[in-house]
Write a protein that binds this ligand. Structure first.
Ligand code: GLU
Length: 463
C-alpha cells in the first residue's frame, strides 16, 4: 500500500459523542497499523451551527484518549480562498453554475415539490440563465451561491471498503450548493478539496455520510482528480436498537471520563463497536489494537452500545492498575479534605469491587464517616452477637488482621453461632451496608476505637 494518510474531520458544532470519537479512533488505528499519517482537520464552514466551546472539547477528547495527530489541526475557515478558487474553476469548466434564487423562492419551490410528493431538489432555474444575465446579476452584486451541475444521466459508484459496491443514479442527486452566499464553502466542496490537497489516501467515516459520497466523487471527476479509497463504518445503535440517544451512549468521551471510566476501557470498548477480531479476544493492549486492527475486521452490521460491556471493561482495567496510580485516578472523585493516608490503605480493599472510579465513595465511604445504621437490615441474634464481639475485641492484644480474624472465628465457634449470620451483623454494624469490602480487613484499618464505637452504637439500637 502506498503511504496511508487518513483524517479525522470533526465539525465544531457540538461536543462529539462516542460515535464520532470511534471514527477518530478507527482512523488513528488504521494510520498507526500501516505506519501512515493521521491528520486532524476542523471543518468549521457551517457558521450558523458553529458552537465555539466545542473545538477545545474535541481536542480534549483526543488528548485524553491519546489519539494524537501527525498533522494539523488544519482549519477550513482559514482556507476560504482555496475553495473559492476551485469553485471558480468548476464554473469555468461548466461543471458548476451560479444560482441567484432567494431563500424565499427556494422555500416555495420545496413546498410545491412536497405537495406533489416529489423529492425536494433544486429546479435548475438559474442553470437556464444566459451568460449575459449572469454577468449582469454578478455586477449588480446580487447574492448568489455556486451549485454543482450534476450530470443528468449515468450513475456514480464506488467500491466501498466496508459496504461493498455502492451506486447512485445521477438523476437522483440534487445540484448541491458548493459555495454559499457568505463566501464559505459547503461541507461537500471543502471536504473534497481538502481530501485531495491533503493527499488523503483513505476516507473512512460513518455510514451516515454515504449519500454525500457521490457528490464528492462527481467533484473529483469534474476536477480530474483521482478519488481516495472510501469506507463507511457501521452505525452505533443504543441497546434498544434505536438511534444512539442521550440515554444510550450519545454522550461524549469526557462524560464517561467524568463518570469514572478509564481511557483504556473506553478505547477497548470503542474498538469492538464495529470491529471484531477473527478469534474471540476481547481485551487488547493498545499495541495489540494497533497490530490487529484493519479494515477487514470492520463489520457491516450495526454495532450496539452496551453500557454493561463498558462497565465490564472498566472493572478489568481498574484491577490492572497499580494501587498508587489508582489512588491518583480516584483523586477527582473524593472530597478534598479526605484523609489521604486512609484512602491509600483502603485502595487494595475496594479495588476488586470498583467498576467506575466514582464508585469509590459508595464502597469506601464508611471509612470516613460513621454509618447511619438501619436496625431493619440486621440478621437475627444481632444483639447477642454484637455484645459478644465488643467484649472480645476490647481484649485483643494486637489489632492485626490475622489476629482479629482468628479471634472472631473462635468466638463464633465457641458460641455456636452461624458464621454467615454473625459476620453480616458485624458488617452492618461497622459499615451500615450488607455489601462491603472484606470486613476484617476493614476494621484492621479503622482501628480499635472506631470499631468498638460503631459496634456499641449498633448494639444500643437493638431492642
Ligand atoms: N465534518 C464532517 C463531520 O462532522 C466530516 C465527515 C467526513 O468525515 O467526511 O463529521
Amino acid at each position: 500500500m502506498s503511504e496511508v494518510r487518513v483524517r479525522f474531520a470533526p465539525s465544531p458544532t457540538g461536543i462529539p459523542h462516542i460515535g464520532n470519537t470511534r471514527t477518530a479512533f478507527f482512523n488513528w488505528l488504521f494510520a498507526r497499523h500501516h505506519k501512515g499519517k493521521f491528520i486532524l482537520r476542523i471543518e468549521d464552514t457551517d457558521r450558523q451551527r458553529l458552537v465555539p466551546e466545542s473545538l477545545p472539547k474535541i481536542l480534549e477528547i483526543l488528548r485524553w484518549l491519546g489519539i494524537n495527530w501527525d498533522e494539523g489541526p488544519y482549519v477550513q475557515s482559514e482556507r476560504l480562498s482555496i475553495y473559492k478558487e476551485i469553485a471558480q474553476k468548476l464554473i469555468e469548466q461548466g461543471a458548476a453554475y451560479y444560482c441567484f434564487c432567494t431563500p424565499d423562492r427556494l422555500e416555495k419551490m420545496r413546498q410545491g415539490q412536497q405537495a406533489k410528493k416529489q423529492i425536494p431538489r433544486y429546479d435548475r432555474t438559474c442553470l437556464r440563465l444566459s451568460k449575459e444575465a449572469v454577468g449582469k446579476k454578478l455586477k449588480a452584486g446580487e447574492p448568489h451561491v455556486v451549485r454543482l451541475k450534476v450530470p443528468d444521466s449515468g450513475e456514480t459508484s464506488w467500491e466501498d471498503l466496508v459496504q461493498g459496491k455502492i451506486s447512485f443514479q445521477n438523476n437522483q442527486i440534487d445540484d448541491q450548493v458548493l459555495l454559499k452566499s457568505d463566501g464559505y464553502p459547503t461541507y461537500h466542496l471543502a471536504v473534497s478539496v481538502d481530501d485531495y490537497l491533503m493527499k488523503i489516501s483513505h476516507v473512512l467515516r460513518g455510514v451516515e455520510w454515504i449519500s454525500s459520497t457521490p457528490k464528492h466523487l462527481l467533484l473529483y471527476q469534474a476536477l480530474d482528480w483521482p478519488p481516495p479509497q472510501i469506507g463507511h463504518f457501521p452505525l452505533i445503535l443504543g441497546s434498544d436498537r434505536a438511534k444512539l440517544s442521550k440515554r444510550h451512549g450519545a454522550r461524549s468521551a469526557l462524560d464517561y471520563r467524568d463518570e469514572g471510566y478509564l481511557k483504556e476501557a473506553l478505547l477497548n470498548f470503542m474498538l469492538l463497536l464495529g470491529w471484531a477480531p477473527k478469534d474471540n479476544q476481547e481485551i487488547f493492549t493498545l499495541g495489540e489494537m494497533i497490530s490487529r486492527f484493519d479494515l477487514d475486521g470492520i463489520q457491516k452490521a450495526n454495532a450496539v452500545f452496551n453500557i454493561q460491556k463498558l462497565d465490564w471493561f472498566n472493572g478489568i482495567y481498574v484491577r490492572q492498575k497499580p494501587d498508587q496510580e489508582l489512588l491518583q485516578l480516584i483523586e477527582p472523585f473524593i472530597a478534598k479534605d479526605a484523609d489521604r493516608s486512609l484512602i491509600n490503605q483502603t485502595i487494595p480493599l475496594v479495588k476488586e469491587r470498583l467498576v467506575k472510579l466514582s464508585d469509590y465513595s459508595s464502597l469506601a465511604g464508611f471509612f470516613f464517616e460513621e454509618p447511619k445504621v438501619d436496625k431493619k437490615i440486621f440478621e437475627q441474634n444481632a444483639k447477642e452477637q454484637l455484645s459478644g464481639a465488643i467484649d472480645i475485641l476490647k481484649g485483643v492484644k494486637t489489632w492485626d488482621k490475622e489476629d482479629l480474624q482468628k479471634t472472631l472465628q473462635e468466638l463464633v465457634k465457641e458460641r455456636n453461632w452461624q458464621t454467615g449470620e454473625f459476620f453480616m451483623n458485624f458488617r452492618i454494624a461497622i459499615t451500615g451496608s450488607r455489601a462491603t469490602p472484606p470486613i476484617v480487613d476493614a476494621i484492621a484499618i479503622l482501628g480499635r476505637e472506631q470499631t468498638l464505637k460503631r459496634l456499641q452504637v449498633a448494639w444500643e439500637k437493638q431492642s
